[in-house]
Ligand binder design. Structure first.
Ligand SMILES: [Zn+2]
Length: 106
């Protein structure tokens, strides 16, 4: 697979298309371009053990584990589904657009 620049950005809403969270949507908290992974709010939660503290007597912490970008698609609110993104050249740069309905997403 080519090391394409990720089209998914922080703050995007994505739909999960594979894995245990399939069908769910969430907001991208962080992207890890070098690993081609994204961290999506409240999805793919894993429990981590920590040293118990007064704030966390159980020593358990739940946090989002990164997911591979191939498992998510940009969620287009107009299409109400996960869509592929295209790139449109405009004056002064480029915009991402929904390939399905043509809506500019940024
Ligand atoms: Zn769309």
């Amino acid at each position: 697979m080519s090391k394409a620049k990720l089209k998914i950005k922080q703050g995007d809403t994505v739909k999960v298309i594979a894995g245990k969270e399939k069908g769910k949507t969430g907001k991208v908290l962080r992207v890890e371009p070098e690993k081609e992974r994204v961290v999506v709010e409240r999805l793919n939660m894993v429990k981590r053990h920590r040293r118990p503290s007064p704030q966390n007597p159980q020593g358990m912490l739940e946090r989002e584990a990164p997911m591979h970008v191939s498992n998510v698609m940009y969620y287009c609110s107009r299409c109400s589904e996960g869509v592929r993104l295209g790139v449109k050249r405009v004056e002064g740069g480029r915009l991402r657009v929904c390939k399905q309905c043509g809506t500019e997403v940024d």
